[in-house]
Design a protein. Sequence first.
Length: 97
Amino acid sequence: MRSKAALGKALKEIRAITGVTQEDFGLVSSRTYISTVERGLKSPTLGKIEQLAGVLGVHPLVLLTAAYMDRFTHKEVERTAARLRDDLLAIVDGELR
Protein backbone atom coordinates (compact mmCIF):
# COMPACT_ATOMS: atom_id res chain seq x y z
CA MET A 1 0.00 0.00 0.00
CA ARG A 2 1.25 3.45 -0.85
CA SER A 3 1.55 6.04 1.86
CA LYS A 4 -0.13 9.41 1.89
CA ALA A 5 3.32 10.78 1.07
CA ALA A 6 3.09 9.13 -2.37
CA LEU A 7 -0.15 10.98 -3.12
CA GLY A 8 1.40 14.22 -1.93
CA LYS A 9 4.43 13.68 -4.13
CA ALA A 10 2.21 12.96 -7.13
CA LEU A 11 0.15 16.10 -6.44
CA LYS A 12 3.29 18.22 -6.21
CA GLU A 13 4.80 16.76 -9.40
CA ILE A 14 1.60 17.14 -11.44
CA ARG A 15 1.12 20.64 -10.07
CA ALA A 16 4.64 21.57 -11.19
CA ILE A 17 4.14 20.03 -14.64
CA THR A 18 0.83 21.83 -15.16
CA GLY A 19 2.12 25.15 -13.80
CA VAL A 20 -0.53 25.29 -11.07
CA THR A 21 0.49 27.05 -7.86
CA GLN A 22 -0.67 26.17 -4.37
CA GLU A 23 -2.59 29.43 -4.39
CA ASP A 24 -4.50 28.32 -7.51
CA PHE A 25 -6.36 25.80 -5.33
CA GLY A 26 -7.92 28.71 -3.39
CA LEU A 27 -11.51 27.90 -4.38
CA VAL A 28 -11.26 24.31 -3.12
CA SER A 29 -8.52 24.36 -0.46
CA SER A 30 -6.14 26.62 1.38
CA ARG A 31 -2.48 26.85 0.44
CA THR A 32 -1.68 25.44 3.90
CA TYR A 33 -3.84 22.36 3.24
CA ILE A 34 -2.19 21.74 -0.14
CA SER A 35 1.22 22.05 1.49
CA THR A 36 0.34 19.51 4.20
CA VAL A 37 -0.94 17.05 1.58
CA GLU A 38 2.20 17.49 -0.53
CA ARG A 39 4.37 16.85 2.53
CA GLY A 40 2.43 13.67 3.32
CA LEU A 41 0.94 15.02 6.54
CA LYS A 42 -2.69 14.75 5.43
CA SER A 43 -4.68 12.42 3.22
CA PRO A 44 -7.42 13.98 1.09
CA THR A 45 -10.83 12.34 0.82
CA LEU A 46 -12.04 11.08 -2.55
CA GLY A 47 -14.19 14.18 -2.87
CA LYS A 48 -11.18 16.40 -2.22
CA ILE A 49 -9.10 14.42 -4.73
CA GLU A 50 -11.81 15.11 -7.30
CA GLN A 51 -11.64 18.84 -6.53
CA LEU A 52 -7.84 18.92 -6.63
CA ALA A 53 -7.81 17.07 -9.95
CA GLY A 54 -10.32 19.58 -11.31
CA VAL A 55 -7.98 22.45 -10.51
CA LEU A 56 -5.11 20.54 -12.14
CA GLY A 57 -7.26 19.87 -15.21
CA VAL A 58 -6.83 16.10 -15.01
CA HIS A 59 -9.13 13.15 -14.31
CA PRO A 60 -9.07 12.18 -10.60
CA LEU A 61 -7.68 8.78 -11.56
CA VAL A 62 -4.59 10.49 -12.97
CA LEU A 63 -3.75 11.83 -9.53
CA LEU A 64 -4.44 8.50 -7.82
CA THR A 65 -2.65 6.47 -10.47
CA ALA A 66 0.39 8.73 -10.36
CA ALA A 67 0.69 7.98 -6.64
CA TYR A 68 1.04 4.30 -7.49
CA MET A 69 3.60 4.77 -10.26
CA ASP A 70 7.25 4.28 -9.40
CA ARG A 71 8.33 7.05 -11.78
CA PHE A 72 6.97 9.28 -14.52
CA THR A 73 8.23 7.57 -17.66
CA HIS A 74 6.56 6.36 -20.85
CA LYS A 75 7.32 2.75 -19.90
CA GLU A 76 5.80 3.15 -16.43
CA VAL A 77 2.68 4.80 -17.86
CA GLU A 78 2.24 1.94 -20.34
CA ARG A 79 2.76 -0.69 -17.62
CA THR A 80 0.33 0.96 -15.23
CA ALA A 81 -2.30 1.64 -17.91
CA ALA A 82 -2.14 -1.99 -19.06
CA ARG A 83 -2.69 -3.21 -15.49
CA LEU A 84 -5.63 -0.84 -14.99
CA ARG A 85 -7.18 -1.86 -18.32
CA ASP A 86 -6.81 -5.57 -17.54
CA ASP A 87 -8.28 -5.23 -14.04
CA LEU A 88 -11.21 -3.08 -15.20
CA LEU A 89 -12.04 -5.43 -18.08
CA ALA A 90 -11.91 -8.39 -15.68
CA ILE A 91 -14.44 -6.60 -13.46
CA VAL A 92 -16.70 -5.98 -16.46
CA ASP A 93 -16.43 -9.64 -17.40
CA GLY A 94 -17.00 -10.75 -13.78
CA GLU A 95 -13.63 -12.48 -13.68
CA LEU A 96 -11.52 -10.40 -11.31
CA ARG A 97 -9.33 -12.67 -9.20
